[in-house]
Design a protein around this ligand. Structure first.
Ligand code: IMP
Length: 204
């Protein structure tokens, strides 16, 4: 049985990534749901040990719901390249990891370009899994994909992560060149969220 969030309910955004907090927070805001992030609450980041986006999103949402006693919404997402059989995929954040433990996305984009440049096929896509979990273990999961191509050099300063090297299908601008509103109309996160909203949220 589907479970819905009540209007006015408070949820935890189960992420420490500021770009995701900003984007998921903006998607949830019109539904009158108050959000607090796992980062703000100082919750630990659980290990992402699954091999699918939905699997890792479940781990994060259940950990935050159990720790706080509130419903939790997680985002697990990544960038995939067709000629690399979908890599970096669920390992997208790992490709940005530096020896000192920080993440460098300019270096990560260059790594992807280096791995993919010998192939003619430049197909790429973003995937986003959103999972809503309750403290009793109930979960609802949704996935969205934005299809396009990778470009080099990266273009634009907006968004976050791999946005500057992703040109969505039928658009002249990369995600990094788009405004937040333009990205939200077509992004993997917005597509997953539209399904979640239809199934689990009440229109105010
Ligand atoms: P996660 O925390 O394991 O889900 O990591 C997601 C990775 O994918 C991070 O490296 C993000 O920078 C990247 N990513 C996810 N969504 C987006 C997006 O909308 N734009 C750019 N990069 C993204």
């Amino acid at each position: 049985m589907r479970r819905r969030l009540a209007a006015g309910e408070r949820i935890v955004l189960a992420t420490h990534n500021k770009g995701k907090v900003r984007e998921v927070g903006a998607l949830v805001a019109p539904f009158g749901i108050a959000v607090v992030s796992a980062g703000e609450l100082g919750l630990p980041e659980p290990a992402e040990t699954e091999t699918t986006f939905i699997g890792n999103a479940k781990i994060k949402a259940l950990a935050a719901a159990t720790a706080t006693g509130m419903p939790a919404l997680s985002d697990d997402s990544g960038f995939s390249v067709g000629s690399l059989d979908g890599a970096p995929g669920v390992y997208t954040a790992d490709w940005a990891m530096q020896p000192d433990g920080t993440r460098d996305y300019a270096a990560a984009m260059r790594k992807v370009m280096d791995a993919a440049q010998d192939f003619e096929d430049r197909t790429a896509w973003f995937t986003c899994a959103l999972v809503l979990a309750w403290p009793d273990g109930h979960v609802e999961g949704f996935e969205g994909k934005a299809m396009g191509h990778w470009v080099w050099p990266p273009r634009g300063e907006n968004g976050f992560g791999y946005d500057p090297m992703f040109l969505p299908d039928n658009k002249p601008q990369t995600f990094g060149e788009m405004t937040a509103d333009q990205k939200h109309r077509i992004s993997h996160r917005a597509l997953a969220f539209a399904q979640l909203a239809a199934a689990c949220l009440h229109r105010p």
